[in-house]
Design a protein around this ligand. Structure first.
Ligand SMILES: CSCCC(=O)C(=O)COP(=O)(O)O
Ligand SMILES: [Mg+2]
Length: 226
């Protein structure tokens, strides 16, 4: 079946794991104490606070310690991901953060769009964080090339096949007409189970694949020629 839609992971696929772990995560943790002090009781912050477990959401010190622990463990809990998106906003809008997108990404987005394909994002980062990242990249604002955004809150965990079924239905394109690109083999496996074609992206700094994984999955080093 012809490809009608491309589904893209972010970390390890369109930008490096190092950017997320060495720039974004530390930025959020540095901004966290003053953000909590200034916004703890503000109405806008309450949905973010209430997303945290009851044991920590009523105590600033406990909540801060919990965020640090989840970040250290690279947990994908929605409460953390939503809060990170909020904390990164100032960084992106002031120009302190720019997402270093791989050089093959913009040409691929232009090519896929010219071919009439939908390009859709699916990341563990919150949709707000995804939009910020693609708006402020080293290749400029990439959002005009993107059709939709999904995260685990809207569509379920990235390692479950049902999440890919949900995304396909939400976008009105049957799974067989998608190609999913991700650095995570478990995500590629889940998308394949749902009926999508799925390819592992190996960028510098990504986990090395085993021989068995290389034999089992399609693997690319980037988007040139795709
Ligand atoms: C778009 S937010 C920054 C990345 C992030 O926090 C994250 O967890 C990325 O996970 P992915 O599913 O894109 O590998
Ligand atoms: Mg990834």
């Amino acid at each position: 079946m012809p490809t009608k839609a491309v589904l893209l992971d972010i970390e390890g696929t369109v930008c490096s794991i190092s950017f997320v772990h060495d720039v974004l995560f530390p930025y959020a943790l540095t901004a966290l104490p003053s953000y909590l002090s200034e916004h703890w009781n503000s109405p806008d912050f309450q949905p973010y606070r209430n997303a945290f477990p009851a044991e920590v959401r009523d105590d600033k010190v406990k909540l801060e310690a919990y965020v640090r622990e989840l970040t250290e463990l690279d947990k994908k809990e929605p409460c953390l991901k939503q809060l990170q998106g909020l904390l990164w906003r100032t960084g992106y809008t002031t120009g302190a953060i720019k997402a270093p997108i791989y050089e093959d990404v913009l040409p691929a987005l232009q090519r896929w769009r010219a071919e009439g394909k939908k390009v859709v994002i699916y990341s563990s980062g919150s949709i707000a964080a995804q939009r910020l990242l693609f708006t402020h990249t080293t290749s400029g604002d990439l959002t005009p090339h993107l059709s939709a955004y999904h995260d685990p809150v809207t569509s379920g965990p990235k390692t479950l096949s049902s999440s890919y079924t949900h995304i396909a239905a939400a976008e009105g394109v049957v799974p067989e007409e998608w190609v999913f690109y991700s650095d995570n083999v478990r995500e590629v496996e889940a998308a394949t189970e749902a009926g999508m074609r799925a390819v592992v992206v190996v960028r510098p700094g990504n986990r090395e694949l085993s021989e068995e994984e290389r034999g089992r999955w399609g693997v690319v080093g980037g988007f040139d020629g795709l």
